[in-house]
Design a protein around this ligand. Structure first.
Ligand code: ARG
Length: 461
């Protein structure tokens, strides 16, 4: 007999049970479901809807069920549809009809909303920790190769030399914003929905504040329809995750490029790469490739839930059950990706020599030469043209900018002095970029110190 079987004269088709069941995935909400029920029961006793004895019996049953699930002794079946029904049915089995009082003044609609809120809150904290962990790995790597210079790129063409540490710290900043997005998500998830009932509230004299306090919520939903219909906090979790994964996927792409023979800037540790079944020489960057690939499914989950919600009338509709797989898979993917990238970065070998060699002889100090002329009063646009012609001359003669002699520079512009040649050196190019946020070693040192302070303040470094 179904818990809602009263008005039905036929058994549910097995096919329908199979199709509508969510137990296969929502069993992950068991801990939150039990915590929610315990708080609910405590409140019902407090306001006199349950006797103290009834509440104690129900609570004891719930605690026993918690142990059963933990130990793996709990039995699941599609007939019971979801985790909420499973726990309630088991409770009645254990403590008798009084167990059925647990669902007084409650609906599965506000129950599932409560469980999912609690789950998201817990996950956000886990993700925040993992983000800090990856940031710490990046900052440590930056510190270890603080003065390494590599070409900076725009359009994937050599642009201006930069410090490798500066490049890594760009990801530190991106992850800081990701963190802020997850904190924002947490703020919106910190809303207690229980008490909304199915959609309209309840006829019982409940104390929603008490339940909120009991479960650690700082705010309550103010509208019962909103409480059971809202999935914004899940959308925010998915969208913060999608943006985070896009960041990881950009880093993944760079790691893949940098570890190619053509670049050779980094080498993945043997423990973090894989081989080929046919080509004995291969060492493949499968881990960053998978992180890049998994970004697609996380972005897909966000799109999927946005589409589920679009045009959905208030309040609960079964469509909303589709939120969970998207949420769970996203959280799993994000956590796994953050974890493995943290270890991969920590073990990454950096080839400073290859980076420096690539940064030299590549015209990437052309801007420095133009800046030199501009400092001597030539309008930057004219300086740009002078250096452009010098680049053209070098290309025609098959040489690098730093092969030019002072005489050749002077022939292009009388403003060039004997110190102009030094401007062509990548070290000096980097050194001079002292503007706030720039790649000068002094600035990068400040940025590293700042990042280190932030992370150690969080206990992550
Ligand atoms: N399994 C359902 C879900 O995940 C729980 C809520 C069911 N409510 C209902 N009226 N069918 O959304």
């Amino acid at each position: 007999m179904k818990l809602w079987g009263g008005r039905f004269s036929k058994e549910t088709a097995a096919e329908v049970e199979e199709f509508t069941a969510s137990i296969g995935f929502d069993r992950r909400l068991w801990e939150e479901d039990i915590a929610g029920s315990l708080a609910h029961v405590k409140m019902l006793a407090e306001v006199g809807v349950l006797t103290a004895e009834e509440a104690a019996t129900i609570s004891r049953g719930l605690e026993e069920i918690r142990e059963e699930i933990k130990s793996g002794a709990f039995a699941y079946s599609a007939e019971l549809e979801d985790i909420h029904m499973h726990i309630e049915r088991r409770l009645i089995e254990k403590v008798g009809p009084v167990g059925g009082k647990v669902h007084t003044a409650r609906s599965r609609n506000d129950q599932v909303a409560l469980d999912t809120h609690l789950w998201v809150l817990r996950k956000v904290d886990e993700v925040l920790k993992l983000i800090s962990g990856l940031q710490a790995a990046l900052v440590r790597k930056a510190r270890a190769h603080q003065n390494a210079i590599l070409p900076g790129y725009t359009h994937l063409q050599h642009a201006q030399p930069i410090l490798f540490a500066h490049h890594l710290l760009a990801y530190f900043e991106m992850l800081e914003r990701d963190r802020a997005r997850f904190l924002g998500c947490r703020e919106r998830a910190d809303l207690m929905p229980l008490g909304a009932g199915a959609l309209a509230g309840t006829t019982f004299p409940i104390d929603r504040e008490l339940v909120a306090r009991e479960l650690g919520f700082s705010k309550l939903y103010e509208n019962s329809l909103d409480a059971v219909s809202d999935r914004d906090y899940i959308l925010e979790f998915l969208s913060a995750s999608a943006i985070l994964m896009v960041h990881l996927s950009r880093l993944a792409e760079e790691l893949i490029l940098w570890s190619s023979q053509e670049f050779g800037f980094v080498e993945l540790d043997d423990a973090f790469s894989t081989g080929s079944s046919i080509m004995p020489q291969k060492k493949n960057p499968d881990v960053p490739e998978l992180v890049r690939g998994k970004t697609g499914r996380v972005v897909g989950h966000l799109t999927a839930l946005l589409m589920v919600l679009k045009g959905l009338p208030l309040a609960y509709n079964k469509d909303l059950q589709e939120d969970k797989e998207a949420l769970f898979d996203t959280a799993d993917t994000v956590c796994a990706s953050l974890k493995i990238f943290t270890d991969l970065i920590a073990t990454l070998k950096v080839n400073e020599g290859r980076m420096l060699a690539a940064a030299r002889g590549d015209f990437s100090t052309a801007t420095d030469l133009a800046d030199y002329l501009a400092r001597r009063g030539l309008p930057f646009r004219e300086a740009h043209a002078v250096v452009g012609r010098l680049v053209q001359k070098c290309l025609a003669e098959g040489k690098a900018l730093e092969d030019l002699t002072l005489d050749e520079l002077r022939a292009a512009s009388p403003l060039f002095g004997s110190d102009a040649l030094a401007a062509l050196q990548v070290e000096q190019s980097v050194e001079r970029r002292t503007s706030r946020g720039g790649t000068a070693p002094a600035r990068v040192e400040e940025a590293l110190k700042r990042a280190e302070a932030v992370l150690s303040g969080r206990g992550a470094l």
